[in-house]
Structures are given as structure tokens and as C-alpha cells.
Design a protein around this ligand. Structure first.
Ligand code: ADP
Length: 468
């Protein structure tokens, strides 16, 4: 990297700001940009000057650190990136910065459409349990450059982040699954898969690619890598499908060992077929990192799970509430409805490509009633009608007198009403029922984030209990 030149950090969210301050501390001449003026002013208060679209000499910028939230290809590049690309300015993300700074550490990357955070946390927990020097972050928790010194970095890698790691080498790269998601940002499924496959790009024969081959897309990726023969490829499956690690009779097996490695029934917070996939994939990854079976098994037993992922909230009046606010696409919602028979399901927000079409059969057979809210409500109602399913209600704020509603609750009142109705219906069921938030949608139409949505769900449950 050329020290006489400047570095531009574009997008000043949690990671971008951390990146800019990190580079400044390293003595780089840093310029920043965020589309929001107030954010630029805040950065200025921290001694970070802004570039401008009009006056930037891109020949003077050695590289750009880009926030993964900002598009640089689809649907169209941010105007600044479009300019920089004309001048071939390299674009990297914060994991690349960490790698440049700590390239002697072990890098363990996790990608996939679903299960990244759970598996990242499970790997981190297990490595800590084994007494290994390790930090975890990137897409989950702390930005990469804010992770302290250690010998191993466990990094959750989104597809966006994987477009910004040109030289990072993952000693162990874990690929969990692929289903259609984030296609607006990636164009089509092949672009999405190619972005994710960057996790393997810089590997050589010392490195491991661990690939769960449960879905066809992932199976093809494993075959392709095996054919290329660059790295050690280990396959994994959450069924009895032929793979190096697999599940049989609810136990985890490796082809290297005739005895089971562990029993899924012992892992209280790894229930369901989706977590079977996460657990067997994590086991293979931990073996590649050199951990022993006993340590892995003990750590899986004590793993506490993550909030907002099929999280049991509480039971009240025989009604169980589950918060799966992180179910932001159809596949993750399907995993939730599979787990709870005849649930009262809250669905809504900003729909992903294909909406709920792929899971309508499961809804018909598994769900007692659907409560629709948010931007996708009419689209989802139509999908359900078309499938001949009529057990649904739509919640909006058309007939609500806002002056009667506490100001804090106005923005979410249709969601709150949907939860309260779901509770009423579930409590009228003989033997009680389940209220399940697993919305199959992004949250940004009504909430700051999926955490915000899950927290409001939990706050509404508290209101139900206190009779508000
Ligand atoms: P990510 O970080 O990839 O979004 P999370 O671990 O945060 O993954 O889980 C997101 C959602 O997907 C949750 O609803 C969770 O219950 C579900 N999920 C977790 N693991 C898997 C998996 N392997 N396959 C499908 N769904 C999963």
C-alpha cells in the first residue's frame, strides 16, 4: 500500500468508523464519506476529513475501504464507487484490513445463507472452552479491526464482505448452505454463489474447505473445488448422504471413526434439523483446527444459543412464545415452522425474492393461523389465498386512531396488535399453543434491525402479561 497516497473509507457505520480510526492510528492519511451529513460531521469531530463526489482526485487514493452495506455492483454502484472504479482504485473491506495487520494468525471464515451467526458463536465458544486464544466477529458482533490480538480469528463472512477480501487467506473456510436470498444486491443466484465462493479463493494445499453438501448448489461447489484440487476439501451433511461428516440416528459421525462423535440430543440449544447442520459443520471445522472430540462434545453441551434465533421467550397461560426475528428468509422460517406444530405465526416486513411461495405447503400443514403485517402483508395474503389457505388475518393501521396510542408504540402498532391477537387465539386453544415470530422478511420497513423487531416482540409479551 502506497503511503504517500490517501485511503478513503466509504460508509461510516459501526465497521466503517472503526476502520477509519484504525487506519488513522496506523498513520495513514484517511478521508471518509457517508451519505448522511450528520454522520460525516460526527466523523469530523473525531478528526476525520471528508472527501466529496465533486472534488476527489481518485489518482491520489491508494485504496478504498468500503462498508459491506454499500453496493458496488448490483443493483448499481454507489456514485463514488462508480467514479473510483473508472480509475481502478482497489476496494477492500475491514476483514482485509485485519488480515493485512495480522496475517500470521489463523483465519477461520464462515459463510452460507443461514446459520452463520449460530455457527460462528458455536465455534468461538468451543475454542474458548478448549483454552485457545481466539476472537470472533466481522458480520457478527464486533467489526474485524476492533478484535483484539489473538492467534485465531473466527469471522462470520457475509456475501458482501466476501467481495472485499482480495488477498485474505482463510486457513479453514466453512460453507454452510445456499438458498435464494440477497439477490437484489447480487443480481442472480450464480453471482451470489460466486461472491460467497471467494472464501476459498486464496487457499492452497495447507488449507481446509469444509462444505456442507445438503443442497444442490453447495454440492456443486464442493465438486468444483475437489476437481480443482487446490485445497483440502471436507464434505459434511446433516443427513446420511455420503460425506466425510454426517448425521445418522441423531448422532454425528465421521468416516474416520466407526463410533459416533456426539449425540445431538445432548445439545439443548442446538435443536432442529438446521442446528444439526450447524453442529456437524462446526465439528468438522473444529477437527480441521485440531480440537479433540471430548472438548468439542463438552462445549456443545454447554452452548447457550443466540437470542432472536428460535429463542424460547416464556410460557404464559399455556401459551409459549418463540422469538425467531432473525428468520429473514423463507428457508429459516421453514426451519422454525417445522419445529412447532400448529403455531400461530407472525409473518411480515420486506419480502425477499420469491416471498413465501416455497414454504406455503409447510404453512398449510403446520400452521394454525398466520398474522400478516408490514410491507409484505398483501403479497403474502395473495400467496396464501392462491394456495387455498384462508387461516390468516391482516394487520395495518388504517382504522387505528393514532392519538389513542402511546407515541412510542405508534410506528409498530399493527405488529403489536398482530402479536396480541395471536396470543388470544393461541390461549383459546385446548392445551395452549405457540406464538411464533419467524417473519420470512427483512425488518427495515418498521424496525431498525431484526434485534429491534425481536425486542419489541418481547416487550409486547411483557405488556400481555401485565395486562396492558
Ligand atoms: P445467519 O447469520 O446466517 O443469518 P443465524 O445463525 O443468525 O444465521 O440464523 C438466522 C436464521 O436462520 C434463524 O431464524 C435461525 O433459526 C435459522 N437458521 C440457523 N441455522 C440454520 C441453517 N443451518 N439452515 C437454515 N436456517 C438456519
Amino acid at each position: 500500500m502506497d503511503n504517500s497516497k490517501k485511503v478513503a473509507v466509504i460508509g461510516l457505520g459501526k465497521a466503517g468508523l472503526a476502520d477509519a480510526l484504525f487506519l488513522k492510528e496506523k498513520g495513514e492519511n484517511v478521508l471518509v464519506w457517508d451519505d448522511k451529513e450528520e454522520v460525516r460531521l460526527q466523523a469530523q469531530e473525531q478528526g476525520l476529513d471528508s472527501i466529496t463526489l465533486e472534488n476527489t482526485d481518485w489518482d491520489d487514493i491508494s485504496y478504498i475501504v468500503l462498508s459491506p452495506g454499500i453496493p458496488h455492483t448490483h443493483p448499481k454502484p454507489h456514485p463514488m464507487i462508480a467514479q473510483a472504479k473508472k480509475k481502478n482504485v482497489p476496494i477492500v473491506g475491514d476483514v482485509e484490513l485485519l488480515y493485512k495487520d495480522k496475517s500470521t494468525a489463523n483465519f477461520i471464515g464462515i459463510t452460507g445463507t443461514n446459520g452463520k451467526s449460530t455457527t460462528t458463536e458455536l465455534l468461538h465458544h468451543t475454542m474458548l472452552h478448549a483454552g485457545i486464544s481466539v476472537n470472533a466477529g466481522a458480520n457478527l458482533g464486533k467489526p474485524a479491526v476492533s478484535l483484539g490480538n489473538c492467534e485465531n480469528y473466527v469471522l462470520e463472512m457475509s456475501s458482501y464482505m466476501l467481495e472485499l477480501v482480495p488477498t485474505t487467506v482463510f486457513n479453514v473456510a466453512l460453507w454452510l448452505n445456499i438458498s435464494e436470498d440477497h439477490l437484489i444486491r447480487h443480481g442472480d443466484i450464480n453471482d451470489y454463489i460466486n461472491a460467497k465462493a471467494n472464501i476459498f479463493h486464496n487457499q492452497n494445499s495447507n488449507h481446509f474447505a469444509i462444505i456442507c453438501i445438503d443442497d444442490e448448489y453447495s454440492e456443486k461447489v464442493a465438486t468444483r473445488l475437489k476437481d480443482q484440487g487446490k485445497q483440502k476439501v471436507i464434505t459434511v451433511s446433516s443427513s446420511e448422504k455420503s460425506a466425510d461428516y454426517y448425521i445418522k440416528d441423531n448422532s454425528i459421525y465421521s468416516t474416520q471413526d466407526e463410533n459416533p462423535l456426539g449425540n445431538l440430543g445432548d445439545y439443548k440449544h442446538l435443536h432442529g434439523s438446521h442446528n444439526a447442520q450447524n453442529a456437524v459443520s462446526a465439528w468438522a471445522t473444529l477437527h480441521a483446527c485440531g480440537l479433540e472430540n471430548d472438548v468439542i462434545n463438552q462445549a456443545f453441551i454447554t452452548f447457550a444459543g443466540l437470542a432472536h434465533r428460535q429463542q424460547f421467550v416464556l410460557k404464559f397461560n399455556d401459551v409459549e412464545f418463540y422469538n425467531d426475528s432473525k428468520a429473514t428468509n423463507a428457508v429459516s422460517t421453514q426451519k422454525a415452522i417445522e419445529n412447532f406444530s400448529q403455531s400461530h405465526l407472525l409473518l411480515g416486513g420486506i419480502a425477499k425474492e420469491g416471498g413465501i411461495t416455497s414454504i406455503v405447503d409447510e404453512i398449510k400443514s403446520q400452521v394454525a393461523h398466520v398474522y400478516l403485517y408490514g410491507q409484505a402483508r398483501e403479497e403474502f395474503a395473495q400467496t396464501l389465498r392462491d394456495a387455498g389457505y384462508t387461516n390468516f388475518s391482516i394487520f395495518d393501521d388504517t382504522n387505528i386512531k393514532m392519538e389513542d396510542i402511546h407515541p412510542v408504540k405508534r410506528k409498530h402498532i399493527s405488529f403489536i396488535n398482530a402479536i396480541k391477537q395471536a396470543y388470544k387465539d393461541a390461549s383459546n386453544k385446548n392445551g395452549g399453543g405457540v406464538v411464533l415470530l419467524a417473519p420470512a422478511c427483512a425488518s427495515f420497513d418498521m424496525f431498525k434491525s431484526f434485534e429491534d423487531r425481536g425486542n419489541i416482540f418481547q416487550a409486547t409479551i411483557s405488556d400481555i402479561i401485565t395486562g396492558e
